[in-house]
Design a protein around this ligand. Structure first.
Ligand code: PFF
Length: 466
C-alpha cells in the first residue's frame, strides 16, 4: 500500500486540529450567538457542552482514527463493523454541505480584506449588494477553494501541518493585537460587561440547542474530521491530553474573539445597551458594523486595523477549509485508491459546484435566497441557511451521538481504553482519561440523543416536546 502520510509531530497534529476547530465559527458565529443568547448565560451553556460533552467525543474520534489508520468510512470497516460505515457516509455528507457554504463566507471575508486595504469602508452599507455580486464572490470563492486544494494536495506533513504551523501562531498574534487595540476604545468596559454579565431570561430550548450545535461545529466534531486527522497520528502520542489541548484552544480563542468584538460593538453604539443587544445578535454584524468602526479610526489606522481583522478571519477560515476538504479527499484515497492530487481537485471542484446555490442565495437569485420554510419558523430561509442547519448542526449532533454509542457499546470499553492509554500520562492525564471513559458511556449518548431527537422533531416536523 502507498504511504498515507503522517503528522511529523504531536504538536503538528495539535496545531492542525486546533486550526480545524478555530475558524469562522469562533470569530464570525460565536460572538453573535453570544449576543443573541444573553451574553455569559450562553457562554456558560456553551462551555458546559464543549468541556463535558464534546471533549470526550473528540477523544473518541481521534482514537477510532488512530486505531484504524483510516478515514471514517474505511475506519469502521477496518475495525470490523462495516455496518457502521454509514456514520462515515453521514460525516462525508456533512463535510460536503459545510464546505459548500463555508467557502462562500470565507470568500466574503477574503474579499473584505481587499476592500479594507483600499479603504472602502462604505461597503458596510452595501453588504447585500456585495453578496449578490455573484461574479465577484464567485471569483473569490474559486481562489479560496483553489488555495485550500493546493495545500491539501501537498499531503499531511508538507501541506496541512506546515500551513497550520505558520497560520496558527499568526492568528493568535493578530487576535491578541486586535483585543489590546479594542480595549483602548471608548466604552470598551461597557462592551465587556455586556459580554460577561449573564442575562438568563434569553435562554430558551432553541438557544440551548444552538449552543450545542455551535459547540460541535466549532470543535469540528461529529463528521469524522478528527477521525481522519487521528489516522495520521503516531502510536505513542497521548491522545487524551491532545484532545484536551485542542478543546481548550478552541474555547479560548472563541472567548478571545468575544473580548475583541464586544468593545467594538460598544464603541460603535456609544455604549447604548439596547442598540448593543440589537446589533450584537446580528449574523451580518462583522460585515455591516465593523467597517464603520474601522472607518471612524481615520484613514490610515482604519485601513491597517480593518485589513488585519479580515486577514485574521481569512486565515482562520483557511485552516478549517483545509480539514473540511481533507475528509472526502482521504475517503477517495483510502477507499477508492485514487491518488491524493486527483482526489483533492475532484472533490474541490464538486464541492464548489454544490456551493453555487449558496453563493447565489444571498441576493443574486430570489429562488435560492428564500428557499424553504420550516414548520415552526416565521419566514423562509436561504439555501445557505438550510444547508448550514442540516449539515452544520443536525448531522453533526447526530454524528456525535452515533460515534459515542459506537465507541461505548459497539467497539467497546476495553478497546477504547487500550487506544487511549499512554505511557506518559501524569496525574491530570489519568483523571482526564477516567472522565472520558465515564462520559462516553453514561453522559454523551444520553444527552446527545435526547437533544438531537427533540430538536429534529421540533425544527423539521414542528413537534415541540418542551
Ligand atoms: N470548526 C470550524 C469553525 O468553527 O469554523 C468549522 C468546521 C471545520 C466544522 C471542520 C467541521 C469541520 F470538520
Amino acid at each position: 500500500m502507498k504511504e498515507r502520510g503522517n503528522f511529523n509531530s504531536r504538536l503538528g497534529f495539535i496545531m492542525a486540529s486546533a486550526g480545524s476547530a478555530v475558524g469562522l465559527g469562533n470569530i464570525w458565529k460565536f460572538p453573535f450567538e453570544v449576543g443573541a443568547g444573553g451574553g455569559a448565560a450562553f457562554l456558560v451553556i456553551y462551555l458546559f457542552f464543549a468541556l463535558v460533552l464534546c471533549f470526550p467525543v473528540m477523544t473518541a474520534e481521534i482514537a477510532i482514527g488512530r486505531k484504524a489508520q483510516a478515514s471514517p468510512v474505511t475506519a469502521f470497516k477496518k475495525l470490523g463493523f462495516a455496518r457502521w460505515s454509514g456514520v462515515g457516509y453521514l460525516g462525508l455528507a456533512a463535510g460536503f454541505l459545510i464546505l459548500s457554504f463555508y467557502n462562500v463566507v470565507a470568500a466574503w471575508s477574503f474579499g473584505y480584506f481587499f476592500e479594507m486595504l483600499q479603504g472602502h469602508f462604505e461597503i458596510s452599507q452595501h453588504f447585500s449588494e456585495y453578496t449578490a455580486n455573484w461574479l465577484k464572490i464567485g471569483l473569490y470563492s474559486l481562489i479560496f477553494m483553489s488555495g485550500t486544494a493546493y495545500i491539501v494536495s501537498r499531503g499531511i506533513s508538507h501541506g496541512i501541518e506546515r500551513a497550520a504551523k505558520a497560520l496558527m501562531p499568526t492568528l493568535l498574534f493578530l487576535i491578541v493585537g486586535l483585543i489590546i487595540y479594542a480595549l483602548t476604545l471608548p466604552n470598551a468596559i461597557t462592551g465587556i460587561k455586556h459580554y460577561l454579565l449573564p442575562d438568563f431570561s434569553k435562554i430558551t430550548p432553541t438557544i440551548v440547542y444552538s449552543a450545542l450545535g455551535q459547540a460541535f461545529f466549532s470543535l469540528s466534531l461529529g463528521m469524522g474530521a478528527l477521525i481522519t486527522f487521528g489516522s495520521y497520528v503516531k502510536k505513542d502520542a497521548n491522545i487524551v491530553t491532545a484532545a484536551a489541548i485542542i478543546t481548550f484552544t478552541d474555547v479560548f480563542i472563541a472567548f478571545l474573539a468575544g473580548l475583541m468584538m464586544f468593545p467594538f460593538v460598544a464603541y460603535v453604539t456609544q455604549g447604548d445597551l439596547t442598540a448593543m443587544s440589537a446589533i450584537s445578535g446580528e449574523e451580518a454584524f462583522i460585515f455591516e458594523t465593523l467597517p464603520n468602526v474601522f472607518n471612524s479610526l481615520g484613514p490610515t489606522l482604519g485601513v491597517v486595523i480593518g485589513s488585519l481583522f479580515f486577514l485574521l478571519l481569512s486565515f482562520a477560515a483557511l485552516t478549517s477549509t483545509i480539514s473540511l476538504l481533507e475528509v472526502p479527499t482521504a475517503f477517495l484515497v483510502d477507499e477508492k485508491k485514487v491518488s491524493r492530487g486527483k482526489a483533492t481537485w475532484t472533490v474541490a471542484i464538486l464541492i464548489f459546484l454544490i456551493g453555487l446555490p449558496s453563493l447565489l442565495g444571498n441576493g443574486a437569485s430570489a429562488f435560492f435566497s428564500e428557499f424553504i420554510q420550516f414548520p415552526n419558523s416565521t419566514s423562509p430561509i436561504s439555501f445557505m441557511s438550510m444547508v448550514g442547519m442540516i449539515g452544520g448542526s443536525t448531522f453533526l449532533s447526530v454524528g456525535g451521538f452515533l460515534i459515542s454509542v459506537f465507541v461505548a457499546y459497539v467497539w467497546g470499553k476495553s478497546n477504547f481504553e487500550l487506544e487511549i492509554q499512554s505511557d506518559n500520562e501524569g496525574t491530570i492525564g489519568r483523571w482526564l482519561k477516567q472522565y472520558v471513559q465515564f462520559a462516553i458511556r453514561w453522559i454523551c449518548p444520553l444527552v446527545l440523543g435526547i437533544i438531537s431527537l427533540t430538536t429534529i422533531l421540533d425544527i423539521y416536523f414542528g413537534i415541540s416536546l418542551f
